[in-house]
Design a protein around this ligand. Sequence first.
Ligand code: IVH
Length: 820
Amino acid sequence: MTPIEAQVRIAELSKLINYHNYLYYQEDRTEISDFEFDKLLEELMLLEKQFPEYLEPDSPSQRVGGTITKEFETAEHQSRMLSLGNTYSEEELVAFDERVAKGLGHRNYEYFCELKFDGVAISLVYEKGKLIRAVTRGDGTRGDVVTENIKTIRNIPMSIHGKDIPEKFEVRGEIFLPLREFNKINQEREANGDPLLANPRNAASGTVKMQDSSIVAKRRLNCYFYQLSADELTVNRHDDAIHLLEKWGFNVSPTYAKCDNISNVLAYIEDWKEKRFELPLDTDGVVLKINGYDQREELGFTAKIPKWAIAYKYKAESAESQLLSITYQVGRTGAITPVANLSPVHLAGTTVKRASLHNANEIERLGLHEGDYVFVEKGGEIIPKITAVSIVKRKQGAKPIEYIDHCPECSTPLERKEGEAKHFCPNTANCPPQILGRIEHFVHKRAMDIDSLGTERIRTLIDQGYIANPADIYDLEEIQDQLLGLEMSQDQYEKTDDGILYISLTKAFFALTEGISLTAIQRFSDGQLEIPLAEVLENFKSFIRTSNKKVAQNIATIVKLEEILENSDIPKLEDYLPVSVVLYLLVGTQASLGELKAAARHEGTVHAILLKMALNLTKEQEEKVKKLKANTFQEGVISNMIDGIHASKSQSFEKVLFALGIRNIGENTAQILAKHFKNIDNLSNAGPDDLLAVNGVGETLVNSIQDYFSEKANLVIIQRLREKGLNFESSEVEKELLGDSLQGMKILASGKLNHFKRDEIIDFIEANGGQYIKSVSKALDFIIEGEEMGPSKKEKAQKLGVKMITEEEFLSMVGKTIET
Ligand code: IVH
């Protein structure tokens, strides 16, 4: 590509990327996928690297982040970032208006109203049209300098052009994480088994202060601006200032309105009471401010808050509902979470049917009884909470809720560690939801990437005893033929305590008859609930007669069924038939009733019984049995699954390490550990000091790693996975290049560095195409001078005239590729 072509393409790409950013932020829609967007950005960055003369300071590539800040500097605000007085009622607002009128001595003023955004306040300072500093509110006087993180928010102008722009000005606004992004992040975290972010506000404030700005860039924060100040402002009213902000390209929420008296303010508040739930972010009230700047000055401030503005907070909406039941959910880690099922009630824009109860303490605190009427509120959290119980409405004799003491999934007695609020199911190895969670994590796209193993299939394989841990997945290949015909659901079965298996009447009638559809039988059965079995069989014979399909043959089968039931000692159940009897009627030429009865004992499905008996069924018999089963695994599904399992064996060590699901090892940590320790043995043998020496590893992680490797069962699983050929070692080829900005350069680092440990800087230099040299010599292109570099080395370098640069200069030289 010629320089001219590059210049044109860079301009084209920048325009295109800005257009898609505009769509995303301003119009809340997208025309291309995230992947396609990233491709455009990648192309732009590559061209800018090849032709740095065409890199514009406000290029969209400057927003991908990459700087690491260990500790944020602080800066003083030009004027204090004040808070606002709060009101919760109309009376208080009217009283505020009275104070304003009294302060000004007349009623000739306007209010500027907008919603109160629930995020984190930020101050941006621009000089000569360029963003030079972004500072958090902090204590109101000083805040943290977070400029690099803020630059990654794609709709915050990095520079503005045009006339009448003050030499220096400040804008203030509220950074927020859009609800859509918040939900997306939490869905991903849930799939990865990571703890969920509590609410969008905390998520936004945590993100603004992250150390790695490239992660901030991925979070898609947004900002609404609400204040402009400068020494030489040409406007004298707030609405004019807001219009200037809009003109200069700052994102202003379109919810603002001017009101010329307090009744109109009240109407604005009422208008937005419900409508605010349609906005892309959480809001918790309305801010009203006097529009005229002169009038603001006249009114002035108290010690902490302006007398010309106030916030009206909407009451957290509350609704009354009835407690129907409590479901106890078992999480991937075995933690039990009680959830209240409520009669549906409308609250804050949605219909609420469930509320979180957190743990046993919460149920006790509320004094919850069965069937209680409760008040639910929606706060910043996604799931509403129960705030109180209406004791007056409690029915006489209602029993207090008794917390469960056994796992609802596997019946193991629950445990509660001292000082912990949650109960746990300790049956880690065998409790189905815990197994399911671990296996779902193991096959996840970002782990072993076996997408042919979806939740329903995993659940089936777990429930029917085929898999209980990740290593079992790799044994499935050998038992493929057992999987053919495996039933996807066990809902149609019932089992007595002593292990006799029954099947629903509907399914049994469907398989035993010919020519009658399942829907027709379903309709018949719906009308037979809670009728003694003998009567149902009589009614079914009449039904066959009216159906007019193979009447004689079908009736003969039911008569035979009646005879067998009468002569057998198998207990009778309403709405169900013994599987052994039904099978005998279908395949009786191959096995006796006694044999079938014995085989059906302690099995959970027709498929399992037939596998056990290994009968030689005729085609016709097979078809009949198929009608008895639930949906089954077919050949296509199985080969798909096996292919996926097979392909997963080539996933890299870091993916395998992530897939194992060791507590606190997320994707990034897995990458760092795999790179540092190179193989699983080094990692499992590492002592606490070896682990702590790795950048990013702390006490909690050391404990989880050591706990994991001290469990014998885990070691067995690793050994089995290893035998199946999974990667437990980083291959050299994996040392992928992060970039080529240090291509051919010879580099030495000396002294203490802030962003790298000893071996990390070597890896990093090599990953960017450079060569690490251990001693000072003329051949060096430069030395990275860390803190407390040895004086003799420094002297030698100076003597030889080797260039020395700071760690910061080095980082900006390699650009944004650092990922630790
Ligand atoms: S105006 C003198 N407008 O609320 C203060 N603030 O309690 C002028 N906030 O720190 C602030 N939405 O972070 C203003 N539309 C809005 C707002 C808003 C949220 C926050 C802001 C401020 C806090 C004051």
